[in-house]
Write a protein that binds this ligand. Structure first.
Ligand code: HNI
Length: 147
């Protein structure tokens, strides 16, 4: 069972309240596909991913970036039960999508960079630490059903 301090709970909620999810989700996924180009292999049906400009303006990438944020919000609403909440999602990524689980951390890091750029000075080391812990728990939950 993950223990969350009151500061961590409040900080993580505050981050999701402050960020523009329709911007941050697409920006994080685009960044991941650009910085780590091998991740594009899972999005063959998304059309034009030929370069950074194409990826950043690809409507399917943007739409999926919002889906990923929606997935994170589900974790946010179940902070004390993220692993069971993510069981089906983990099976989907493992068995159907066959996503290499090492990529989860890459997308999580891209999300952190985008959130930091949006929150600026308020993204202090303490705030960053709370967000990192949240993403570490999410990534562990997504890896859980991999064998
Ligand atoms: Ni991910 C589908 C959440 C990381 C590739 N992914 C989803 C869905 C959610 C989701 C939610 C939709 C499930 C459904 O349709 O029921 N993905 C997340 C989260 C993370 C994550 C919260 C990590 C923070 N996914 C990744 C990574 C990759 C990835 C790192 C590949 C590099 N995900 C996919 C693909 C799909 C997907 C591919 C299916 C997309 C589609 O519509 O075809």
């Amino acid at each position: 069972m993950v223990k969350w301090s009151d500061f961590e709970r409040a900080t993580i909620q505050d981050i999701f309240t402050k960020i523009d999810k329709d911007v941050v989700g697409p920006a994080a996924l685009s960044r991941c596909l650009i910085v780590y180009p091998w991740t594009q292999r899972y999005f063959g049906s998304f059309g034009n991913l030929y370069n950074a400009a194409a990826i950043s303006s690809n409507p399917k990438v943007a739409a999926h970036g919002k889906v990923v944020i929606g997935g994170l919000e589900k974790a946010l609403q179940n902070m004390d039960n993220i692993k069971p909440t993510y069981a089906d999602l983990s099976v989907l990524h493992s068995e159907k999508l066959q996503v290499d689980p090492d990529n989860f951390k890459l997308l999580a890091d891209c999300l952190t960079i985008v959130v930091a750029s949006h929150l600026g000075k308020s993204f202090t080391p303490d705030v960053h630490a709370a967000f990192q812990k949240f993403l570490d728990v999410v990534v562990a939950a997504l890896r859980k059903q991999y064998h």
